[in-house]
Design a binder for this molecule. Structure first.
Ligand SMILES: Cc1ncc(C[n+]2csc(CCOP(=O)(O)OP(=O)(O)O)c2C)c(N)n1
Length: 362
């Protein structure tokens, strides 16, 4: 799974650190670095690029550990991995302020990490431990972190569309310039609530961006078998500007997201962005018979030619923002960080049985 090396799975954690991870940057190598326009990259641009790479790596290696927990039967239930889609969450969240909101999906770990959640508390939640974001009562599909503006994952397809739109409604009335991003898969395009909220968001010029992560499959079915017509023509029916972007190119995602976020902050209303991407693994960790619905060649193509980490690493090296040994070193660091976060979660206590009804709405 490593974007740079195929070693690593058995590597030991070197520096256990279970604190909230800061988006640290790796060493800047040369002063005369260039950005994607061929201009000299500014220090903040360099830092942003390296921060985005690190966050993408965190997501990939977080998910590697989740799969490991599942296969070792240490995690109750299932999880839907975000591997392959890292550039979407990271590019979008990089364009957001800390006090902006996101809503997420059943495939939500990447959104959580990209908005700044702490992996140790996420792993604790996956294992049902008290230190988890929902005190161990939510699991993979209900992680929320209000401190980072993350209003929560959602097991109901399209279930967060109303929540994001409501957050945008409140943001507009609070007047502090906050925006809301609603992440959803293309499978949600078949749900009526998406169009109900787009209608209201357009009428009321709400600061919300609907981000459709088109990874091509709704569970085990290709989206062309479930989705009629042109996806980008849905928004304009409500007067919502809509566009698409290469979801494997984190810089492109960041650039378009920055534009749409500015638009929303300036009071110009909602927009719709389709990010074309691919999930590398099954619909969930237990889905290992993917040959029934997609070919090995297709997977191979995305993993080798379209990998968001590999593409970004090549770009960073070509632009002399870093070099290959620095990225390998970074990978070792992040792998150790994830391993330490898992160890924290494994050692953490379960909630007491007398807390079973606390914080639960029924
Ligand atoms: C309202 C609703 N219907 C059906 C399901 C079962 N279900 C879970 S995930 C999924 C497919 C989702 O596909 P997509 O929205 O494209 O997201 P992806 O899994 O590709 O990230 C379905 C149908 C559900 N969770 N909620």
């Amino acid at each position: 799974m490593s974007p740079l090396t195929d070693k690593g799975k058995k590597r030991e954690a070197k520096k256990p650190d279970v604190k909230r991870p800061e988006a640290k940057t790796v060493e800047m190598k040369k002063p005369e670095t260039k950005n994607s326009n061929g201009m000299k990259a500014s220090k903040p641009e360099v830092e942003r690029s390296l921060r985005m790479y690190r966050r993408m790596l965190m997501i990939r290696l977080f998910e590697e550990q989740v799969n490991e927990l599942y296969t070792r039967a240490l995690m109750p239930g299932l999880a839907h991995l975000y591997v392959g889609e890292e550039a979407v969450a990271v590019g979008i969240c990089e364009a957001l302020r800390d006090d902006d909101y996101i809503t997420s999906t059943h495939r939500g770990h990447g959104h959580c990490v990209a908005k700044g959640a702490a992996p140790n508390r996420m792993f604790a939640e996956l294992l049902g431990k008290e230190a988890g974001y929902c005190k161990g009562k939510g699991g993979s599909m209900h992680i929320a972190d209000p401190a980072t503006g993350n209003l929560g994952a959602n097991a109901i397809v399209a279930g967060s569309a109303g929540i994001a739109t409501g957050a945008a409604f409140s943001a507009k009335h609070k007047g502090k310039g906050q925006v809301a991003v609603c992440f959803f898969g293309e499978g949600a395009l078949g749900q009526g609530v998406v169009y109900e909220v787009m209608n209201l968001a357009a009428l009321w010029k709400l600061p919300v961006i609907y981000v459709c992560e088109n990874n091509m499959y709704n569970e085990y079915t290709h989206f062309l078998e479930t989705t009629a017509g042109d996806i980008l023509s849905r928004g304009p029916a409500f007067g919502v500007p809509s566009e698409s972007v290469d979801g494997q190119d984190v810089t492109a995602v960041y650039q378009v997201a920055s534009r749409l976020v500015k638009r929303a902050r300036d009071g110009e209303g909602p927009s719709f962005l389709m990010c074309n991407t691919y999930r590398y693994t099954g619909h969930h960790v237990g889905d290992i018979s993917r040959e029934y619905y997609r070919s090995k060649q297709e997977e191979h193509h995305w993993k080798t030619d379209r990998d968001p980490l590999k593409l970004f690493a090549e770009k960073l090296i070509a632009q002399k923002l870093t070099d290959a040994p620095s990225l390998v070193k970074l990978e070792d660091e992040v792998r150790a960080e994830m391993k330490a976060a898992v160890d924290f979660a494994i050692a953490a206590p379960y909630p007491n049985a007398d807390k079973v009804e606390q914080d639960v709405y029924a």
